[in-house]
Design a protein around this ligand. Structure first.
Ligand code: SF4
Length: 166
């Protein structure tokens, strides 16, 4: 496994921990549950992420070629409303539903965004978001970008669908 793939896996573990922590902090305001796929979408991946997922699947003897990739769904890897590659899902999928912070160019300021199915019972005026209880998506993307840059000169993103041919 290359050094960059190991860095990718380390970043993914950090995001898993951060997500777990955010779920605890926001308690009942985050209602994400098994069977909800409203955040799912057919994604493209940086080569380093694509190769890391491929390597993990190979190590586990998991063959995505046996999966049916259904183009008609939000994400072709959905099966019976569940993620058929859950264990290997990309980093962005691990952040679904969480409050994320990003720099909003339109207003020239930091903004928070979250799934509209979450925080529905909260008083938005009283919600207080900080570095501790959000995920900085710009920071995550720039870390991923840097790891990919070390991995390859290619910035070309790869459709996740190609995992079934890998
Ligand atoms: S890989 Fe899984 S979690 Fe990610 S978008 Fe597809 S079905 Fe949803």
């Amino acid at each position: 496994m290359s050094e960059q793939i190991e860095k990718y896996l380390k970043l993914r573990s950090y995001i898993d921990l951060k997500s777990e922590n955010l779920l605890k902090q926001h308690g009942g305001n985050i209602v994400c549950k098994k069977g909800c796929f409203s955040c799912c979408d057919n994604l493209t991946l940086f080569p380093v992420e694509f190769e890391a997922i491929k390597a993990e699947m190979k190590r586990d003897g998991f063959s995505p070629a046996k999966l049916k990739f259904d183009e008609s769904l939000n994400c072709g890897f959905l099966k019976d409303e569940l993620c058929s590659i859950y264990r290997y899902r990309p980093i962005i999928c691990r952040t679904h539903g969480l409050p994320i912070v990003f720099f909003n160019d339109e207003y020239d300021e930091w903004s928070v965004s979250f799934c509209e199915l979450n925080f529905t019972k909260a008083n938005l005026e009283e919600l207080s978001f900080s570095e501790e209880n959000t995920l900085n998506i710009d920071d995550l993307n720039s870390k991923l970008y840097s790891i990919n840059k070390e991995f390859t000169n290619s910035r070309r993103r790869i459709p996740m669908k190609l995992l079934i041919e890998a």
